[in-house]
Write a protein that binds this ligand. Structure first.
Ligand code: F0G
Length: 417
């Protein structure tokens, strides 16, 4: 008799070496490349009529629990993450002349960003392996999310963030959830280097997107989009790229749907970087197979202010294999897009989360995206994460005396006759 097959295991994305699912690794001991989690999906998919069986469960990450790497469901650390709205944007459709535009609004998640999808799986794993302290480097959202999930799991949490460079909403979340917050005099890439070093010590459990368990949680957004579109996928998926984990997670999610025979083709992946932090864009336009890290990164979209993204290799594969591309957008374009989305559709995304709309505006003008297309833009984080940027740039705030004449003048209205 054979014992039960492992439901999932780890596979190196470089040399394809395989390791048991129970191993506590962040990279391949043989070649140093990142690890992916692979399942016996073919068999699993035929055993359970995929998705149809899940219909009685609410939309969200754990609706897809048979496709997630957790063995003991009693240990799951969850706040009902996922199940975010896919919002049809008819005003933008009219304004940009594109047939169907949707925003997958990840600001709906418990801590206000897509990171919660990854952390529910990643922190559950931290509990399973008996970690003492969770750690991450972060431009903000990862730290908010890790702090919250660690608090819930009763784990200590330490986060390294670039000093003075993360949005205040995110910083306050990490603090209130009880994380030890180290404001490092350096950038995100410096912080990541340090936590990778720290993670060799088994007391720490690292939850940046080099951790393959996190990306498993994040892939569920692709399944949700498929379900929310009534069992279909968009022609284009527009998604911001920072450390490049999320685009890889979506690629995996849509690839699963294809491997299970549910869809014929993946959406074209359109990755968006900020002009001041765009090493993957440069590698893409140069047709290069390597990225050149950018030293001095700068952008108003602090969430994606990253010069040396760890997941670059698979991000390039995702756009190349789906016939997509990577673009770089300016800070002005990002802020214009953020205002457009908020003022036309009532959807408030933080600057990085609005960057796909910036690309969409450009692509609609240039004809890069055809008028007859169905487009999904991933709004990765809530606008309230970073209110400062709005207060600094909005012209809608007027201070007035508490007197009717002054009020009407400020509203540019004549007194009533
Ligand atoms: N959008 C937002 C709002 C983010 O916070 C991030 C990443 C991204 C997009 C890019 O995602 O890194 O998977 O390509 N934020 C990380 C953090 C780096 O530390 O919060 P990615």
């Amino acid at each position: 008799m054979h014992g039960p097959l492992p439901r999932y295991w780890l596979r190196c994305i470089g040399c394809c070496a395989e390791y048991p699912g129970s191993s506590r690794l962040y990279s391949c001991p043989r070649c140093g490349d990142l690890l992916d989690i692979v399942y016996d999906l073919g068999e699993e998919a035929s055993r359970i009529p995929w998705l149809r069986n899940f219909e009685s469960r609410p939309l969200g990450v754990w609706r897809y629990r048979e496709l997630l790497p957790v063995e003991d469901h009693r240990l799951i650390v969850s706040m009902n993450e996922g199940g975010t709205r896919l919002i049809r944007c008819r005003n933008l459709e009219r304004e940009l002349g594109i047939r169907e535009i949707y925003v997958k609004y990840e600001g709906d998640n418990p801590t206000g960003s897509f990171k919660d999808r990854g952390m529910t799986v990643g922190v559950t794993r931290a509990v399973e392996v008996g970690a003492e302290t969770t750690i991450c480097a972060s431009t903000g959202n990862t730290s908010s999310s890790l702090a919250a999930y660690s608090a819930r799991a009763g784990l200590k949490c330490a986060v390294l963030v670039p000093s003075q460079r993360i949005a205040l909403g995110k910083l306050s979340q990490a603090l209130i959830h009880g994380a030890r917050v180290l404001a490092v005099r350096g950038n995100f890439d410096d912080c990541l280097k340090i936590v990778r070093e720290l993670s060799r010590d088994p007391r720490f459990y690292l939850l940046n997107s080099i951790n393959p368990f996190r990306l498993e949680g994040q892939k569920t957004a692709a399944y949700e989009i498929y379900e929310q579109l009534g069992g279909d996928v968009p022609d284009y998926l527009l998604i911001p790229i920072g450390n490049a984990g999320n685009i890889v997670a979506y690629w995996k999610g849509f690839s699963d749907l294809k491997n299970m025979g549910l869809i014929d083709a993946l959406p074209r992946f359109m990755g968006v970087q900020a002009e001041g932090a765009c090493p993957i864009y440069r590698a893409f336009v140069e047709g290069s197979s390597e990225i050149k890290p950018v030293e001095n990164v700068e952008t108003v979209a602090t969430a994606i202010r990253i010069g040396n993204p760890v997941n670059w290799k698979r991000a390039l594969r995702a756009v190349r294999e789906t016939g997509g591309l990577v673009e770089a957008v300016s800070d002005d374009e990002i802020l214009t897009a953020q205002r457009l989305l908020a003022s036309r559709e009532g959807v408030f995304a933080e600057p990085a989360g609005a960057s796909p709309i910036a690309l969409l505006m450009r692509a609609a003008r240039s004809g890069l995206i055809e008028r007859d297309s169905r487009v999904v833009c991933v709004a990765t984080g809530h606008g309230l994460k970073d209110p400062d940027i709005v207060l600094r740039t909005s012209k809608n705030l007027i201070e007035v005396d508490s007197e009717m004449g002054a009020i009407l003048r400020a509203l540019e209205m004549a007194p009533r006759a």
